[in-house]
Ligand binder design. Structure first.
Ligand SMILES: [Cu+2]
Length: 240
């Protein structure tokens, strides 16, 4: 092999390795889930209504962690369910949230997290009926919570009845699809939780998390999906 050919071969091999490293870093290490923007057409600090729709699932079959529990957010424009927990709302607006609760129950570590706080009227609407507390110790009835500590918001998200979970009636493919036929693989037993709250008038990043140690298989249930953006922890960005 002549010298130029050897140098050329070496160079090509070197660039291939560099390309591979860059791909791994960008694709796996720096990847953050997208932020869903709910601000289109809304003037901040005018109390306008903004609809935010989420779901929580028993699995995440669209990722390389298929057995992790997860939230999804519905894009308000495309209506696609996006695997993320990052969203943006206008400041000083009335945020009306709908959560489809697909996952089975996990008892709360502390019954305090079963109490609805920080919502308008201090209630959530469970399948249309106002409730101010879900007691997960009397019946295993809560799957996850939607909690933004910075504004004192805590909403327990109801789970389908245990017998339905035992009957394999839970959604088995994520994101689940509330408009699919009831027994389709991507639908299944679920609860609908609705609540509203005022977004802060101060712009900023507001951390949110589920308060149930739902990271099955991790120490005390607080690892894995519980500490990973895109699953059970996220940010609400408030923009003015
Ligand atoms: Cu959870």
């Amino acid at each position: 092999m002549s010298l130029p050919v050897r140098v050329g071969t070496l160079l090509v091999a070197f660039l291939a390795v560099v390309g591979g490293v860059i791909f791994v870093v960008i694709h796996y290490l720096l990847a953050t889930p997208p932020t869903i923007d709910f601000g289109a057409g809304v003037t901040p600090n005018t109390g306008q209504v903004v609809h935010v729709t989420l779901q929580e699932d028993p699995q995440t079959t669209v990722t390389n962690k298929p057995d992790w529990v997860s939230y999804f957010i519905q894009d308000p424009t495309t209506h696609q369910w996006v695997h993320t927990t990052l969203f943006k709302v206008p400041a000083g607006s009335k945020i009306e949230v709908t959560v489809y609760g697909y996952d089975g129950c996990t008892p709360l570590r502390n019954p305090f997290w079963g109490k609805v706080t920080g919502t308008i009227g201090n209630v959530e609407y469970l399948n249309g009926k106002p409730v101010s507390v879900l007691n997960s110790w009397s019946t295993c009835s809560v799957a996850h919570t939607f909690s933004i500590p910075g504004i004192g918001l805590n909403v327990p998200i109801a789970s389908p009845m245990t017998f339905k979970e035992n009957n394999n009636e839970l959604c088995g493919t994520s994101p689940c699809n509330p408009s699919a036929p009831a027994n389709a693989p991507d639908n299944g037993a679920h609860q609908v939780v609705q609540f509203s709250f005022m977004s802060p008038t101060t712009p900023g990043s507001y951390f949110w998390q589920c308060r149930i140690p739902c990271g099955g298989g991790y120490l005390d249930g607080y690892g894995g999906p519980m500490q990973t953006i895109g699953y059970m922890t996220g940010e609400m960005e408030v923009a003015s």
